[in-house]
Every structure is written in C-alpha cells, then in structure tokens.
Design a binder for this molecule. Structure first.
Ligand SMILES: Nc1ncnc2c1ncn2[C@@H]1O[C@H](COP(=O)(O)OP(=O)(O)OP(=O)(O)O)[C@@H](O)[C@H]1O
Ligand SMILES: O=P(O)(O)OC[C@@]1(O)O[C@H](CO)[C@@H](O)[C@@H]1O
Length: 306
C-alpha cells in the first residue's frame, strides 16, 4: 500500500490578478480552490498516474471538510485525524509573478498526535509512505525523523519532502528518498546554488554524509539532479510553457514513486519524475498520465563526472 502523510494540509486559493496593485482594492480575474499541502498533492498526482493510495494527516473545520470532499470526489481514500481548528488557507497570487502566502497552521494536540501514531502502527512491510510538507508550529521538528526511525526498520519505504529543520532532522534517520529543491539544498549547506553542477556537488555531498539511497534535487526549469549509488545524473526537462508551478515538486515525488514501484528501475523513475513535474508545471491543475508518458518517451539522463 502507498500512503501519503500531510501534517499541515491547506486549501490552496489561487487568484489571478494581472494588474495587481498594493494599496488599492483589487478584484480577481479568476480564482480556484484546491485541496493542497504537499502530501495531498502527491496523492492526487499518484491517483492520476493510476496508483491507488491513502492520504493521512490532520484536517479540521470548514477547510478540512473541503479537502475531504474534494479527495472523495477524485476517489482518493483518506484516513485523516480530525482536529479542532481550521486547516489553513494558502494564497497563491498570480500577477506578472507568483507570490505565495501560506497561512498559520492550527494547533495539533498530543491526543491528535497519539491518534496519528496509532494509525501508523497499521503500516506493514512493503508499504511506502510519503512524508511531505511543513510541520505545524506545535509539532516538534524531529517528527519526521521519529516516524522514519519507527517505520524504516519494519521494511516500510519512507519518502521525505520538506525543508529547514524538519528536513535536517529527517536526514539523520536515512529516509529511502528525498527531494529537496536547489534552494532547500543551498539552505542546508549555507551556500548559493544556481547551476546544475553546484547542485550535483552538494547533492552528492548530502548523499555521502547521510547515506540516503535516492536523492533527487529539483531545479525548476533546469530539471533535476539524481544521485544514487554514488553516481550523479542530470535530467533536463521536456520543452514546454510554464503555466503553474504550484505542486510541480510534489508531482516530481509522485512520478518517481509511481515508476519505481512499477519496475524498480531507479534511473527510469528519476526521468519519469522530471517528466511528471514538468507535465504539471505545463498544466493549469496537475498533469495527466498521457502527457507524462508522452514527455517521458522523449527524455534521457546525462551522467555527470562527480
Ligand atoms: N519552468 C519549468 N519548466 C520546465 N519544468 C519545470 C518548470 N518548473 C518546474 N518544472 C518541473 O517541476 C520539477 C519540480 O520543480 P521545482 O524544482 O520548482 O520544485 P519545488 O520547488 O519543490 O516546487 P513546488 O514547491 O512549487 O511544488 C522540476 O524538476 C521540473 O521537472
Ligand atoms: O507550507 P508547506 O507545507 O511547506 O507548503 C504547502 C504548499 O505551499 O505546498 C504545496 C505545493 O508544493 C501547496 O499545495 C501548499 O500550499
């Protein structure tokens, strides 16, 4: 079974205002609401790629109900822990550029946390779980680390996609797969990273230092670097026009997981991951499997000397 875990989900409120101005009333040209948060996005893309999965996490209030209803409408199984507060609202403002305002997370009580831990005891050997997104403020930065420490020895593959302290802590538990973007990697080492070569260098350093089996460093229009068994590959994205980058990184994670579970070919999975990320970046919502497969058939990886 595949699970995703979103401890800090959100309703993504996407607003288009081409001539946005500060200090005046702006009216949106169009707007959309999506069930969001990184793990939930991974669930939605996995579903589009034909991979059955269950979304776990904390939801509450009217926003939480929206998320549950939206996922049910897409036939995605959910088993959320209900919390008292409202799941946050994240604003994605599309003007000539993209501006994001991610809301405050609700309180997570120790009872909520216990309920989640209880659910996680039901996972079995051979299962996969994606731990993705930020942690609510009231949750310890070591939470992903604890979960990976508990689940990995049971033969459960843990994918982690987060940033800052939560990422640093999680690395020390050696998750199976991580997907920092180049900003997150740069923050870990406190260096600027702008080129694929720099990302390759620090991605390999990270893999060697922490012993993570699969490291995929995404670089938006520059594709991704994949580091596995001490080899480094650069995967260029397919040609296309950027429409919406929200969730492109989550699509990348879903693409890797979907392909890896299909045929255990790690390099093929990494190429499929970039195809999926780009197919979502080139779409208004998320990718379709048809687009992903079409891009994938045109793509390749280049081995770098590192
Ligand atoms: N402008 C673009 N052109 C082509 N592909 C893109 C573009 N932006 C994103 N992608 C695709 O999406 C993948 C992930 O993008 P990115 O590195 O921005 O992830 P991220 O920062 O985690 O994204 P987000 O947080 O917005 O979901 C890239 O590896 C690439 O395949
Ligand atoms: O605040 P976090 O948890 O880091 O990121 C949350 C978020 O920005 O990430 C997703 C896109 O990757 C959106 O659906 C969501 O709003």
């Amino acid at each position: 079974m595949i699970y995703t875990l979103t401890l800090n989900p959100a309703v993504d409120y996407i607003v288009w205002i081409s001539d946005f101005e500060l200090d005046r009333l702006n009216r949106s040209e169009s707007d959309l609401k999506y069930p969001g948060g990184k793990g939930i996005n991974v669930s939605r893309v996995l579903n589009r790629l034909g991979r059955d999965n269950t979304a776990l996490g904390f939801v509450g209030g009217f926003t939480g109900r929206f998320i549950e209803d939206s996922l049910a409408a897409e036939n995605i199984r959910t088993d959320f822990v209900s919390i008292e507060g409202d799941t946050r609202l994240n604003i994605k403002l599309k003007t000539s550029t993209e501006t994001e305002i991610n809301g405050q997370s609700p309180q997570i009580s120790s009872i909520n946390m216990e309920a989640l831990k209880q659910q996680l005891t039901l996972l079995k050997e051979g299962d996969t779980i994606v731990l993705a997104g930020s942690l609510p403020e009231t949750v310890s930065p070591g939470t992903y680390q604890d979960i990976v420490h508990t689940l990995s020895p049971k033969g459960i593959r843990c994918y982690v996609d987060t940033n800052g302290d939560a990422l640093y802590e999680a690395l020390r538990a050696r998750p199976f797969f991580i997907k920092p973007n180049h900003y997150e990697l740069a923050e870990l080492y406190n260096v600027p990273i702008v080129s694929p070569e720099q990302a390759a260098f620090y991605g390999k350093k990270l893999q060697t230092e922490f012993g993570i089996p699969h490291v995929l460093v995404s670089m938006a229009s520059q594709g991704a670097l994949y580091i596995h068994e001490e080899k480094v590959y650069h995967i260029e994205p397919p040609e296309g026009k950027l429409v919406n980058s929200v969730g492109a990184g989550d699509s990348t994670v879903a693409g890797f997981l979907a392909k890896y579970e299909e045929n255990n070919d790690p390099l093929g999975a990494a190429v499929y991951a970039v195809a999926t990320g780009s197919a979502s970046a080139f779409s208004e919502g998320f990718c379709t499997k048809t687009d992903v497969d079409r891009y994938y058939s045109t793509m390749h990886s280049e081995r770098l000397d590192f």
